[in-house]
Design a binder for this molecule. Structure first.
Ligand code: AVJ
Length: 323
């Protein structure tokens, strides 16, 4: 059966070292220091993120998986047969299995992810499970415009989008609208887009999810400094920074920060950056939505909200949108 496997060559648009350097210098030069969260996902960061997904405190992954398991048939029926399925931020590629199993004769699967090594490993596995499926991985930063590869010899009736994990929560509201509008252009109007969005809930539950007892999220956050040291010749002392998860009530989001434990100076690529004691680097925001606020956001991006599924405790939502 393996002769039928159609794993296309990876389309490689991974952000360059130069882009990483420029982003880090810009972020550390700002009056409120910040670093783009997409750089959390190097090889090691992607592995640590997979460990986060198994933590008892980190409810989003398993809750969304439950919702997808329970409603896979409804979702598949909305999407339709013989389609091209684009997944934004495919990661370890576990959730897509649930959808692929439920879909009627999917023509092609196009996983898009910023971590090249993760993309290769996850899709080699997937090709074994779905030997008749055309898999065309794209290594790209989907926060910037990109195009889908041609699939010679593959016919499909429609294109659908899949953006699980509440990764949309990493965007500000404006960024989320512009991402969704861009995805609409990529998928074509009339397409179905399935988006996972984490819900506003008890603050202690949220804080524990982003500051777990085992310290896995702390090492995920601190790994960004390790990456800067390795790839950009930075001089961060990891022990001099502490992970913190903060609830921003005004913006309804969890923020990850790295807090400087003392006054210190750090160099990156020959440039010096000073930190006051207690000063932070804001490394990630994870916005939490309400059903109405998410639908309004989707509408602003040109979508019609058609369906939403939630777990019993209403921790997490999966929305079906019509482009
Ligand atoms: C991958 C963006 C969905 O925001 O919950 C997990 C990343 N950060 N723990 C999230 C993350 C800290 C995660 N997303």
């Amino acid at each position: 059966k393996s002769s039928e496997t159609k794993l296309e060559e990876l389309q490689d648009l991974e952000p360059s070292l130069e882009e990483f350097r420029a982003s880090v210098i810009e972020g550390l030069s700002a009056s409120r220091k910040t670093l783009p969260c997409k750089f959390l996902y190097d090889r090691r960061g992607s592995q640590i993120f997979d460990d986060i997904c198994d933590l008892p405190e980190y409810y989003p992954t398993r809750t969304e998986r439950q919702i997808l398991e329970q409603h896979a048939r409804d979702i598949a029926a909305l999407i339709g047969p013989e389609l091209r399925l684009v997944e934004f931020g495919s990661g370890a590629g576990m959730k897509i299995r649930l959808l692929l199993q439920a879909l009627e004769k999917p023509s092609a699967y196009l996983p898009v992810d910023i971590s090249r090594e993760h993309l290769i490993a996850a899709n080699a596995d997937l090709a074994q499970t779905f030997p008749d499926l055309c898999i065309a991985p794209v290594c790209a930063d989907y926060t910037a415009p990109f195009s889908l590869p041609d699939l010679p010899g593959i016919s499909y009736k429609a294109t659908a989008g899949f953006f699980p994990g509440s990764t949309i929560g990493n965007f500000t509201r404006e960024e989320a609208v512009s991402f969704l509008a861009g995805a609409r252009g990529l998928l074509g109007s009339g397409s179905v887009m399935i988006v996972g969005a984490d819900l506003v809930k008890n603050i202690d539950v949220l804080r524990d999810a982003y500051d777990d007892a085992a310290g896995v999220t702390a090492s995920f956050n601190l790994n960004l400094l390790r990456r800067i040291n390795r790839e950009l010749g930075g001089s961060f002392e990891l022990a001099q920074f502490r992970h913190e998860a903060r609830w921003n009530a005004d913006l309804e989001r969890i923020e990850m920060h790295l807090v400087s434990q003392r006054r210190q100076e750090v160099t990156v690529g020959g440039q010096r950056f000073s930190f006051a004691a207690g000063e932070t680097i804001h490394t990630e925001s994870s916005h939490k939505y309400r059903l109405a606020s998410f639908r309004a956001l989707a509408a602003e991006a040109g979508y019609e909200p058609i369906e939403v599924w939630m777990d019993e405790k209403q921790l997490f939502s999966v929305h079906a949108l019509r482009a």
